[in-house]
Design a protein around this ligand. Sequence first.
Ligand code: ADP
Ligand code: MG
Length: 691
Amino acid sequence: MISLKTSISEISPIAKKLNSRLKKLGINTIEDLFYHFPVRYDDFSQVKKINQLIAGEKAIVKGRINLIENRRSPLQRKLLTQAIFSDESGDIKVVWFNRPYLLKTIKQGDELYLFGKVQSTYESLQIVSPDFEKVRSIEKEGGFLLPIYDLTAGISNKHLRFFVKTSLNFLNSLIDYLPPESRKKHKLLDLNIALKEIHFPSNRDLLHKAIVRLKFDELFLIQLKNQILKQKNKKIKAERINFKEKEIKDFVKKIPFKLTDDQRKATWAILLDMQKKYPMNRLLNGDVGSGKTIVSAIAMFNVALNGFQSAYMAPTEILAGQQFKALIHFFQGENLKLALFTRVEHKICSLINEKIEKIKKKDLLEKIKRGEINIVIGTHALIQEKVFFKKMALVVIDEQHRFGVEQRKALTLKSGNKKTEPHFLSMTATPIPRTLHLALFGDLNVSLIKEMPKGRKKIITKIVESSERQKTYDFVRKEIEKGKLAFVVCPLIDESDKLGVRSVKEEFKKLSQQVFPDLKIALLHGKLKADEKEKIMKEFSNGKIKILVSTSVIEVGVDVKDATIMLIEGAERFGLSQLHQFRGRVGRNSDQSYCFLFSDNLSEKSRERLEALVENSDGFELSKKDLELRGPGEVFGKSQSGFPELKIASFFDYVLVEKANQEAINLLESDCNYSPFKEKIKEFEEKVHLE
Ligand code: ADP
Ligand code: MG
């Protein structure tokens, strides 16, 4: 029997033929097809008369092709398809480039809708490379809001519309898992109607309602899954780690600064979590520079006091090396042993004398296994390699907002006790509004650090045009003479140069030969060996190197106190959140820091984006702005900073987020008896189990 789970290739011979291409779009089943939402709609009800067109606008006209022919442009030898298009108000010229086969599709006398940009030439107006639809087929395909999809080679909008049309009657067999009372309470369309309307809207009102229903579903299902995970987590056993209050208080007194209130609260929550008999699952969220490391350090210290080991995972080798040092600094004088374990680096440090020693990998593995190391700092190598602990009870994951189930399992197997799971603490600077925490991380407990350490000055951010380049370099030189250090970040020049090695090399050459020939400058990129990277970072930290030219490898976490200048080349090529991360590399103490955004050809839109960065120092505000500025072309904000589960709903649908959350929790708590809903839960539990 055909159902929504049936393979797409069964709906028509064409779909069968295009099967592998459809797979590229993630469409395997009929259901996938329905959930491949349009990215926008062409509104064929807003037709303009030809004599009303204005240069520069994007418009739709309806009329008839009077003449169409292919020509070669004499100068550029480009192939042109030219047409004269008329309605009752007048004629206009239409041009397409390099599409000679159009003559096979469009014939003289055809009645078409054209959708494209109006340009003025010397003599008159013309429409350039418009999309087109036959009037008859639009009227046949139904509605004036025509869906436009994400495509791939060999699949056209027409294909997708045809497949959806052909599949519409399968929707009748779709059973809505959401109980009728819930639908009524939140005034939601039935699922099958929503799925029909999102592809072929009867009108704007129904389209809007369809979007609301589908957004609701996404948020609701995320929450449902989270709640199920949370319930499951409570059944898992973990080591109970006592909160050694006296020792912790003494330790906190020794820290060279005073913890902020948010740091205190987060630490407290973590220490209480770890006393429970099921694993902690907490997310520590705080903007760059808010001081997350020390919070995790206190947690790891408490674990060590209880006789257990901790694992700290950083996203890059540079960061692992740096956090190793930062932790050594915090723990000086304590009776602890720390180790660094990455793919290429293996070191230990006994905090009694703070001596760092290189050690053979084999010997380090042995020490970890015998329980001689209290805290192992590393990269993903901790998961990938044969690192086995004697008694490991806490995993800290830096700069990641969630830990994969697979990775969790792998670490549990290495913890030394297969009957318990370690406690998990993830740390992230990803700016997420409070309402969304519950929606996205309902299975985690969240601590927020909103308050920055005292005494930090606002980083002065400036957009620098080419004419001001030299002035800025002079300023940088003066600061360096005062003992300050500078970062220079470069974007990728071309796609083939994935690590951006070429562009940093050029910049490095320019700066070291022409601009600052007398200063020590170093180059950092992803292709360098770990020990080279480390040497460079060390010499930069202690001020031997004055300027560090780098690719975006320094994006997260790097902490160099005397670095007060961040200079970003080609700033318009980076997203706002990423720029904010770069900027977070400076301003790490009470000195005035600066961020210079270099951009040689700035479009109006890019300028607006960069200005948002100049005006704003709040990561969350910036990510919101980024989304707004990404433009009206996209109806639905996709790919939102690493949350693929949100295809259509957005971070900023506050009200809906709230409603969907409540409804999911209510239905679970009230043991809802509606059988399609219960089916859905069963399906989820199986999925969660399989993961
Ligand atoms: P992030 O949250 O980005 O990981 P870090 O933990 O690297 O931030 O902290 C940034 C810098 O601020 C570090 O040099 C750290 O020692 C310092 N720091 C952390 N907490 C405080 C505080 N309460 N007062 C002053 N400085 C602090
Ligand atoms: Mg950090």
